[in-house]
Write a protein that binds this ligand. Structure first.
Ligand SMILES: O=C(O)CCC(=O)C(=O)O
Length: 256
C-alpha cells in the first residue's frame, strides 16, 4: 500500500492513482454476483440503463449504468467504503456520486477513442472516477491507456468529444494493466483511451464517478440530461458507432 504522501505524489504527477489490495476476494465475489444480476436485468427489461453493441459473435452487453438506487449491494459499495475514501483523499473533501457504470467489454467489444471525461460530465467542472476491475484488464483485453504528465485543463477536442489527432500525437501513451482487487482512480482531465478486447474473456469493470460534495449533488440532473440527449439523438452516434455517452468516443458497433 502506498503512503498518503506517495499516493498524492503519484496523483499529482500522473492524474491517476493505482491502489493495491483494495477489494478482497469476498468483496470481489459479491461484486461479480451483483454484476451478473445487472446482466440479467439488461436482457429482461429490468431496472437500470443498458447499452448493447455488435461483436463478431453477436450482440453483447456493452454498458449498464444508473443502478446505484435500484441495486442495494452496488448502491452501498459505490456510496461508502474504500472507493469514496480514495476519491475523498484525492479531492481533499468528501465525495458525492455523480454517475456509475459497468463497461463489460466482451470478447470483440469496442474500445474508446482518446478523450478526457470532463466535456461529457456536465454541471460541475471537475470529477474523479475510479475503475474497479472485475476481470484482468490487459493490453490484449483492452485496458486503459493514459498519458502521464497531463493532469489539468482541456486539450483540443473535436465536435465528437474526441481528442484531435494533434493532441493525441503530443502525448506519451502508456497502458495501465490492472487486476481484480486493485482500484485505478483518475482525474476527469486525464486523457485516456482503450482498445478492443482481443481475448476470449470479458473485461468487465465498474467505473464510478464523483465530484466534491461542496459543489452539489448532480446525479439526477446528469441522468435527466442524458435521457434528453438520447431521446433527441438516438442510440447511434453521428460517426455510426453505438452511443453510450454524451460524447461520441465509444468505438463499438451498433447491433445489426
Ligand atoms: O472501459 C474502457 O475501456 C474505457 C472506458 C472509458 O474511457 C469511458 O467509459 O469513458
Amino acid at each position: 500500500m502506498l503512503t498518503s504522501t506517495e499516493a498524492t505524489e503519484q496523483w499529482n504527477r500522473n492524474g491517476w492513482l493505482l491502489v493495491d489490495d483494495a477489494v478482497d476476494e469476498r468483496g470481489l465475489a459479491e461484486l461479480r454476483e451483483a454484476i451478473d444480476e445487472l446482466t440479467a436485468w439488461a436482457s429482461n427489461d429490468g431496472p437500470g440503463l443498458h447499452h448493447f453493441e455488435q461483436t463478431d459473435s453477436g450482440p453483447a452487453l456493452a454498458r449498464s449504468e444508473r443502478f446505484a438506487d435500484v441495486h442495494e449491494r452496488l448502491g452501498a459499495f459505490v456510496r461508502s467504503g474504500i472507493v469514496t475514501d480514495v476519491v475523498g483523499a484525492m479531492l481533499g473533501e468528501p465525495a458525492v456520486l455523480f454517475k456509475e457504470k459497468v463497461n463489460y467489454k466482451h470478447p470483440g467489444g469496442g474500445g474508446f477513442a482518446p478523450h478526457q471525461d470532463a466535456p461529457a460530465y456536465r454541471f460541475v467542472d471537475h470529477h474523479v472516477s475510479v475503475m474497479v476491475p472485475i476481470d484482468p484488464a490487459t493490453v490484449a483485453s483492452g485496458c486503459l491507456w493514459f498519458a502521464p504528465g497531463h493532469t489539468h485543463g482541456q486539450l483540443d477536442t473535436d465536435e465528437r468529444g474526441r481528442l484531435t489527432d494533434a493532441a493525441v500525437a503530443s502525448l506519451d501513451w502508456q497502458p495501465i494493466e490492472v487486476r481484480p482487487g486493485q482500484l485505478l482512480a483518475f482525474d476527469s482531465y486525464a486523457p485516456h483511451r482503450s482498445d478492443t478486447n482481443t481475448t476470449n474473456h470479458p473485461r468487465r469493470a465498474l467505473y464510478l464517478t464523483y465530484n466534491a460534495a461542496s459543489r452539489g449533488d448532480f446525479r439526477e440532473a446528469y441522468y435527466a440530461d442524458k435521457d434528453t440527449e438520447f431521446a433527441r439523438g438516438g442510440a447511434r452516434s453521428a460517426s455510426g458507432t453505438v452511443r453510450v455517452s454524451i460524447s461520441d468516443d465509444f468505438l463499438g458497433r451498433p447491433v445489426a
